[in-house]
Write a protein that binds this ligand. Structure first.
Ligand SMILES: *[C@@H]1O[C@H](CO)[C@@H](O)[C@H](O)[C@H]1NC(C)=O
Ligand SMILES: *[C@@H]1O[C@H](CO)[C@@H](O)[C@H](O)[C@H]1NC(C)=O
Ligand SMILES: *[C@H]1O[C@H](CO)[C@@H](O)[C@H](O)[C@H]1NC(C)=O
Length: 248
């Protein structure tokens, strides 16, 4: 299964690199097909990708996040999910709660291509104030959600969690899959990454549901050193542009 994914990604990079403008339609089609096959191979549902949802593609929202691909991978699939009000229980319809992406569609699932030939392929997403949720990326080597014991269907990779509100924070979690990829987010006051404002398990080699602590989170705008809550300040709505870089 994994080698099929690698082949699909390799094919995509060739079509992207050699694409002419009049092949744009085919390229988009190929890319959508690739996202679908990558996600289904990992037992992750496709995102709602609503143009008008509380989490939506494009800028101009209360909170804006620009995602870039800074890994060596040709194409990642960016996943963003929204916790249901009340702590993330399944809510069924408009509000998604896909840390458990195998059973609940994420708000967003889009390809995150490398920038080539001077093209800026970063993806900007808007968030309404007051939302909590998370994001992460499916890489070629990200296992299926069904193959990782204890993940309960969560994305088996490093994830970042957000509460976009004036008192909210953004943090990084290695709890689900401690061997996951590197990611770094920068906000208006501070940052969080796989080594900063990061939750790790007490036994850092194993995934955990309990027994985790926040580390390296005591700089300006950061709160919660060695606690089970905290992160880097989200900032004020309308003034808070974040950048997120997915790395190797
Ligand atoms: C890429 O484009 C976005 C707007 O779509 C912009 O905010 C960002 O600064 C650009 N990034 C680079 C590296 O040029
Ligand atoms: C905390 O930061 C130090 C210094 O940068 C680093 O060596 C360490 O690995 C970090 N801790 C975690 C849990 O990432
Ligand atoms: C990914 O794209 C961003 C801009 O969108 C660029 O700055 C970065 O260098 C690219 N990463 C790679 C590995 O090409």
């Amino acid at each position: 299964m994994r080698s099929n994914i690698a082949l699909a990604l390799a094919a995509l990079s060739i079509s992207t690199a050699s694409a002419q403008p009049n092949h744009a339609h085919r390229r988009l089609h190929n890319r959508a097909a690739t996202v679908a096959s990558v996600l289904s191979s990992k037992a992750i549902l496709q995102g709602q990708n609503s143009p008008t949802g509380s989490i939506r593609l494009g800028g101009g929202g209360d909170y804006e996040v620009e995602f870039t691909n800074d890994s060596d991978e040709n194409e990642l699939v960016l996943l963003i999910w929204n916790m249901a009000a009340g702590g993330g229980e399944y809510s069924g319809n408009a509000i998604t709660s896909c840390s458990w992406c195998n059973g609940q569609a994420p708000a967003i699932s889009v390809p995150l291509a490398k920038s080539t030939n001077g093209q800026n392929n970063s993806v900007t997403v808007s968030f309404d104030s007051g939302l909590s949720g998370g994001w992460g990326a499916a890489y070629a080597d990200t296992p299926s959600t069904m193959d990782v014991e204890g993940s309960g269907g969560q994305l088996p990779n490093t994830i970042q969690e957000f509460t976009f509100a004036p008192e909210g924070v953004v943090d990084t979690s290695r709890e689900i899959y401690p061997q996951g990829h590197h990611v770094a987010a920068q906000g208006p006051q501070c940052g969080t990454s796989t080594s900063e404002c990061v939750f790790t398990c007490d036994d850092s080699d194993a995934a955990c549901t309990y027994g985790y602590l926040l580390h390296n989170c005591s700089g300006p705008g950061q709160q919660g050193e060695n606690t089970q809550n905290g992160g880097c300040a989200a900032g004020q709505p309308g003034q808070s542009k974040w950048t997120v870089s997915f790395k190797n």
